[in-house]
Ligand binder design. Structure first.
Ligand code: PBG
Length: 329
């Protein structure tokens, strides 16, 4: 009790602060999202994500090597699919020579030890911009799960270490686990986007992949029938527990900053690693404010990333990963 106890003693200078610091960010915390496009020599900046790029396979190879040399050991691959290959059933997603399948091989050839995770969802392949097959104004669940299962098998056969279903269909984790096991792909892991909210923070990502829901009659304008209502908390726990029962190796909360309460609660409840995804809109907000000189980029970045880890994240998917590692030196 004061005056015997003075808490400020433990904050008096940087050395004592270092000694008692509870949460330390390291390169090992990060999963680096990468956007891949067809073509050669392409490195296109994404308009709403300053200093983040879509890469063709040759540049993906360079990027993977650079990340590995910086000490970053895991990537999460997304592809931008040409319009003429999109349809309602996501057929291109199953093409063994498709962009994702080639991207996996490219990274694995360049850096055999780099952990490769892949996005498993239909939206980049969907002519309607949905994570599932659209029929009569609805997103079909079970038919979509079959596609996601085939997609996961295809990614695993191409060499993915983990598949990361980001769609929020019911029952997809069980179906994917059984599908992988039936094919003898016992070592391929599943990182489930377990508590993924219907968020307005995904805007820049949908620009990056040109994957936003299209404005056509009888196509839902948003993803609220499958992604979670951001007002809900118990539902996140239920979703996460079900995914673990179905065989998820890693679970995820997404987006990050607005959902630190959910992250902490899930971390307290489960005993598998918990990931958080600091999404594109969170990245864009800080980049924009920093560009205007309104926020200190590096300081706010570190404060946010430390908050994820303090709230219980074992893994952080973040577009800031390289910036952080450079800052850490
Ligand atoms: C789609 C998917 C999205 C993101 C990852 N996978 C967008 C969405 O659900 O519409 C968002 C990532 C980000 O915003 O950084 N399956």
């Amino acid at each position: 009790m004061y005056p015997l106890i003075r808490n400020r003693r433990l904050r008096a200078n940087e050395s004592i602060r270092r000694l008692v610091r509870e949460t330390i960010i390291t390169p090992d915390d990060f999963l680096v999202p990468l956007f891949v496009v067809e073509g050669k020599g392409i490195k296109e900046e994404i308009a709403s994500m300053p200093n983040y790029y879509r890469l063709s396979l040759d540049n993906l190879e360079k990027e993977a090597k650079e990340l590995w040399n910086m000490g970053l050991c895991a990537v999460l691959l997304f592809v931008k699919v040409p319009d003429d290959l999109k349809d309602n059933e996501g057929k291109e997603a199953l093409n063994p020579f498709g962009l994702m399948q080639r991207a996996i091989k490219t990274v694995k050839n360049a850096c055999p030890q780099m952990l490769v995770m892949t996005d498993v969802a239909m939206d980049p392949y969907s002519s309607y911009g949905h994570d599932g097959i659209v029929q009569d104004g609805k997103i079909l669940n079970d038919e979509t799960v079959e596609v996601l299962t085939e997609m996961s098998i295809s990614h695993a056969q191409a060499g993915a270490d983990f598949v990361a279903p980001s769609d929020m269909m019911d029952g997809r984790i069980l179906s994917i686990r059984e599908g992988l096991d039936d094919e003898g792909l016992l070592d391929t892991g599943i990182m489930s986007y377990s508590a993924k909210y219907a968020s307005s923070f995904y805007g820049p990502f949908r620009d990056a992949l040109d994957s936003a829901p299209v404005d056509i009659k009888n196509v839902p304008k948003d993803k609220k029938t499958y992604q979670m209502d951001f007002a809900n908390r118990f539902e996140a726990l239920r979703e996460t527990e079900m995914d673990i029962d179905e065989g998820a190796d890693i679970v995820m909360v997404k987006p990050g900053l607005c959902y630190l309460d959910i992250l902490r609660e899930i971390k307290n409840e489960v005993d598998v690693p918990v990931a958080v995804y600091q999404v594109s809109g969170e990245y864009a907000m800080l980049k924009a404010a920093a560009e205007k000189g309104w926020l200190d980029h590096d300081a706010v970045m570190m404060e946010q990333l430390t908050a994820f880890k303090r709230a219980g994240a074992d893994i952080i998917a973040s577009y800031f990963a390289k910036d952080v590692v450079k800052l850490l030196g």
